[in-house]
Design a protein around this ligand. Structure first.
Ligand SMILES: O=C(CO)COP(=O)(O)O
Length: 259
């Protein structure tokens, strides 16, 4: 099944950076720099803070841009008394294509468990938004050599109760915590080791054709300078980019190198 073609995805997780005016400026620059052909070949998405999304929607719709956008989190609940939370339906109404779920910063600072992450994956799918399920180990786990089993347990937890047809709609992002924002990229071989294991686990739990259809991204200190070697690995279908996605020129180069 080596010849299965998965469309590369470059997603920029802005984290808590850039206000709505800065968001408009950045998306305009990206749209100006990337050709229609490039955006057909490589799917490019920005994931701004919630407060920017309406402005990005207006720009993307108004100028019919091919750039996709989404959010960094959503509530597990459909509506109700959950002060401060944002529902999947609200994001769908804003035209969001993607939402990251279970990012390590949310697992760490907001104590998100695999069960909550699983509920959020289901909430995204219920609203026809593609969840980008983030998994990955911390340095202590890596040093113990338990990174593969740890990451696969997060994968199984995040996908619990989904049918293979639903799993096909999910994007998985492997982000080793020790490589996030540290400048320490996993080597392409390190990334492939775990991402290959993710695909093998998907084959075991969901069947081979689902495993071949799911896009799996790498994240952690990805830059234009190291993305090509990462993308050259057989099971890596794109990148979830933090810091480097805040610079239009750098993210443009990354998208162009995403083939
Ligand atoms: O967490 C990340 C993307 O979600 C990675 O962040 P950096 O690219 O800044 O290391």
């Amino acid at each position: 099944m080596a010849d299965v073609k998965r469309r590369p995805l470059m997603a920029g997780n802005w984290k808590m950076n850039l206000n709505h005016l800065e968001a408009i400026a950045l998306v305009q620059k990206l749209a100006f720099s990337l050709t229609e052909k490039q955006l057909e070949e490589v799917e490019a998405a920005v994931l701004p803070p919630f407060t920017d999304i309406r402005s990005v929607q207006t720009l993307v719709d108004g100028d019919r841009l091919l750039i996709k956008y989404g959010a960094q989190d959503l509530s597990a609940h459909p509506s109700g008394a959950y002060t401060g939370e944002i529902s999947g339906a609200m994001l769908a109404k804003l035209g969001c294509s993607f939402v990251t779920v279970g990012h390590s910063e949310r697992r760490q600072y907001h104590n998100e468990s695999d069960a909550l992450v699983n509920a959020k994956v289901k909430a995204a799918l219920a609203n026809e938004i593609t969840p980008i399920l983030c998994v990955g180990e911390g340095l202590d786990i890596r040093e113990k050599g338990e990174h593969v089993e740890y990451t696969l347990a997060q994968l199984d937890g995040g996908l619990a109760g989904l049918t293979p047809a639903e799993v096909e709609k999910v994007v998985v992002a492997y982000e080793p915590v020790w490589a996030i924002g540290t400048g320490k990229t996993a080597t392409p071989e390190d990334a492939q080791e775990v991402i290959g294991a993710i695909r093998a686990q998907l084959a075991k739990t969901q069947g081979e054709s689902t495993a071949q259809a799911v896009r799996v991204l790498y994240g952690g200190s990805v830059k234009a300078g190291n993305v090509a070697a990462i993308m050259a690995q057989p099971d890596i279908d794109g990148a979830l980019v933090g810091g480097a996605s805040l610079d239009a020129d750098e993210f443009t180069r990354l998208v162009r190198l995403g083939l």
